[in-house]
Design a protein around this ligand. Sequence first.
Ligand SMILES: Cc1cc2nc3c(=O)[nH]c(=O)nc-3n(C[C@H](O)[C@H](O)[C@H](O)COP(=O)(O)OP(=O)(O)OC[C@H]3O[C@@H](n4cnc5c(N)ncnc54)[C@H](O)[C@@H]3O)c2cc1C
Length: 281
Amino acid sequence: MPLACSDLGLRRNVPLGPLTTMKVGGPAAFFAEPRTLDELAAATSLGVPIRVLGAGADLLVNDGGVPDLVVRLTRMHARRGLYVEAGANLPNLVKETVAEGLGGLECLAGVPATVGGAVAMNAGGRHGEIGDAVRFVDVLEDGRIRRLSHDEVGFRYRGTALADRIVVGVEFDLRPDPAARARYEEILAAKKATQPLGCSNSGCMFRNPPGLSAGRLIDEAGLKGAGVGGARVSRKHANFFVNDGIATASDVFRLIDLVRDQVRRRTGIELELEVVVWGKP
Ligand SMILES: Cc1cc2nc3c(=O)[nH]c(=O)nc-3n(C[C@H](O)[C@H](O)[C@H](O)COP(=O)(O)OP(=O)(O)OC[C@H]3O[C@@H](n4cnc5c(N)ncnc54)[C@H](O)[C@@H]3O)c2cc1C
C-alpha cells in the first residue's frame, strides 16, 4: 500500500543551519527523515523538488533557505557485513572497520560525513579516496533501485557522475590489513594538528587548482585570519573558513568573494568552490 504523506513525518520550515557543520543558512520549505527505502521512495514521488542531506559537512545553505523538500538520510544507517546504508556515520564506520583489521577506509580518518554523502562527493585526500574502496553502489533513480558498478559511479576528484541519483547503500571492498590501524591513527593525528576541528566549518572551501594547493594560494595572499562579520579564514588552515558562532551565510559568501578576488588579482587563478551551495542569497 502506498505511504500517505502523514506517514512520512513531513515537516515545514525546518532550519538547516543546525544540520550543517558550518551552522549557517535558512530553512527547508519541507523536510523529512525517512527510516526505510519505502519512505524515501514515497518522499521522492510527492512531486516536490528533492535535495538529499547527509551530515551537512560539505554544505553552505544560503540565509533564505530552499523552497524544496530536504530529505535527511541519517536514520537509514544499517550495516550488514560490508554493505552499509547511505545514512550511516562514516567516521564510525571507518573506526569499526579498522578495529576489525580491515584496510581500505583508513584514508578517510577525520572526514565527517554520511556514507552516501562521502560517495556522492568522492571524499578523500592525499591518502586516498572513498571511491577506491567501493565495490558497488545502490541508487534510487526514478522511484527504482538500481545497482551501479564501481565504474558506473564515475568517481573523479571530489565528485562522481551520479547527478540526481540518491545513494541508498554501498558495498565496500575491504581487505584484511594489519597496518590499517596505525595508518588511521597517523592520519587522524595529522588532521587534528592541521585543521581547526574545534570550530564550526565546512572542510575545504575551494578545490585545489591542478597541481596547486588552494590553501597555499590563500595563505600566500596574506589572508589567514581575514574575516567578514562572524566568518573568518582559519589561521590554522587557510582553505578552512570558520564560523565564530555569529556568522550568517551572507558573511561566509562575502568572505568567499573577498578571498577569490584577492587570489585572482595576485595570481590570475580563479578558485572554484568545493563546498556545495544550496539556495539563493
Ligand atoms: C572538519 C572537516 C574536515 C573535512 N575533511 C575532508 C577531507 O579530508 N576530504 C573530503 O573529501 N572532504 C572533507 N570534508 C568535507 C565533507 O566531510 C565531505 O565532502 C563529505 O563527503 C560530506 O558528506 P555529507 O554526508 O556531510 O554530505 P552533505 O554535506 O550532507 O551533502 C554534500 C552533497 O552530497 C549530496 N548527498 C548527500 N548524501 C547523498 C546521498 N545519499 N545520495 C546522493 N547525494 C548525496 C548532497 O545533496 C550534497 O550535494 C571535511 C569537512 C569538515 C567539516
